[in-house]
Design a protein. Structure first.
Length: 374
């Protein structure tokens, strides 16, 4: 295994973890609908099916962040250290989520369930939009400058300098907002499919099918918009470690130049749309699995378009030379090689998540009585 292979191998692992994380965000998609008009009993049934799966989403987020830190530390220090307002909002949302699930039904809850439902709703909106926005900067860039020489300056050993908004400036780019909203409505679609799969109740199924029509239409419009924008955008092509050329339609060339990307993208897109349509047109509850598999395939392709093919996966629009590729931002060859042996633990993490998922999905779990607050 040479150095280049290790760098590309770790980007593949990052892509897989990122794709699984997006799928597991269906929990947030479900939370984003909790304040809509519905009977209290129906709301409690929906919450019950996702109440313990938020931990799986958070586990995957931690593994994803840890893998990025180990394999591409320059990105980790640049993005997580510089765009801290963006990441602090994401972290705040997950902290509020954990507190809400623990205390919304606890004895002596002085705030009431409705208050904690509002907190869950906020996390349901913030997490998909902000995480989606963060990923979109892989294509649309961020406002940062890297000065590695600062590492030897005891007075200011900070290598990345950001604009005054520290990451929030990305939200002023309509493309970033569109990408974030696309992720939000994707996970809402997945949540509707999940509730239909898990809750054997005609009224709840009809409610979710109605929401699925609305969320599905909005998602498809946003999805097509984002895909067109990405494929027609310019990108940075690396011609040296910190030398880049601006290439028009860079992601278009990356996409149509590789049959694997085309095949996976078409299969993924068709799988998501099929999951939506078959659920709406038939009395089937299996749409979530088509939607989930399709989501993973499409997100994998997006990561590959951003990171492979000599592309800067973290472009800087304020200083092109500071842009990051998987080759100039990775750990040393020794670290990547050592961590490659450690990476055999990733299947165990996925197996753990699958096992917990199976235990939570046992039939008897669906029949637990639900207390409704008076």
């Amino acid at each position: 295994m040479d150095y280049t292979f290790l760098q590309e191998y770790w980007w593949l692992l990052i892509s897989i973890l990122g794709a699984l994380l997006v799928f597991l965000l269906f929990v947030q998609g479900g939370q984003s609908m909790l304040l809509q008009d519905m009977p209290d009993e129906q709301r409690e049934k929906m919450i019950f099916t996702i109440a313990h799966r938020w931990e799986l989403t958070f586990t995957m987020l931690v593994v994803f962040g840890g893998a990025f830190f180990a394999s591409f530390p320059l990105f980790y220090s640049t993005s997580f250290g510089g765009a801290y307002w963006l990441w602090m909002l994401i972290l705040f949302g997950f902290v509020v989520q954990a507190v809400s699930y623990k205390y919304r039904s606890a004895e002596g809850n002085i705030l009431g369930r409705k208050t904690y439902d509002v907190f869950l709703f906020l996390n349901g909106i913030l997490a998909p939009v902000l995480l989606g926005g963060a990923v979109s900067t892989f294509f649309f860039g961020s406002d940062f400058t890297i000065t590695k020489e600062n590492l030897t300056n005891p007075a200011s050993p900070i290598i990345s300098q950001w604009g005054p908004l520290h990451g929030l400036e990305a939200l002023a780019d309509w493309r970033v907002v569109a990408f974030g909203l696309m992720v939000l409505f994707l996970v809402r679609v997945l949540a509707n499919l999940w509730f239909i799969n898990q809750i054997d109740d005609e009224e709840t199924t009809l409610w979710n099918k109605k929401q699925l029509r609305i969320n599905g239409i909005i998602f498809v419009v946003l999805y097509l918009t984002v895909v067109v924008v990405i494929l027609t955008s310019s990108g940075y092509e690396a011609i040296g470690e910190h030398e880049f050329l601006v290439v028009e339609y860079k992601y278009f060339h990356n996409f149509f130049g590789h049959f694997t990307c085309i095949l996976m993208f078409l299969l993924g897109t068709a799988s998501v749309i099929y999951g939506i349509c078959v659920t709406l047109m038939r009395k089937t509850r299996s749409g979530i699995w088509f939607g989930g598999i399709g989501t993973v395939l499409v997100v994998l392709v997006l990561f590959w378009l951003a990171g492979y093919y000599n592309t800067a996966y973290y472009p800087s629009y304020s200083d092109m030379a500071s842009s990051l590729t998987i080759y100039n931002s990775s750990s040393s060859e020794f670290t990547l090689r050592t961590m490659s042996y450690v990476s055999i633990a990733i299947p165990f993490v996925i197996a753990y998540i699958s096992w917990v998922w199976y235990k939570l999905s046992k039939p008897q779990d669906k029949n637990v009585s639900i207390e409704i607050e008076e």
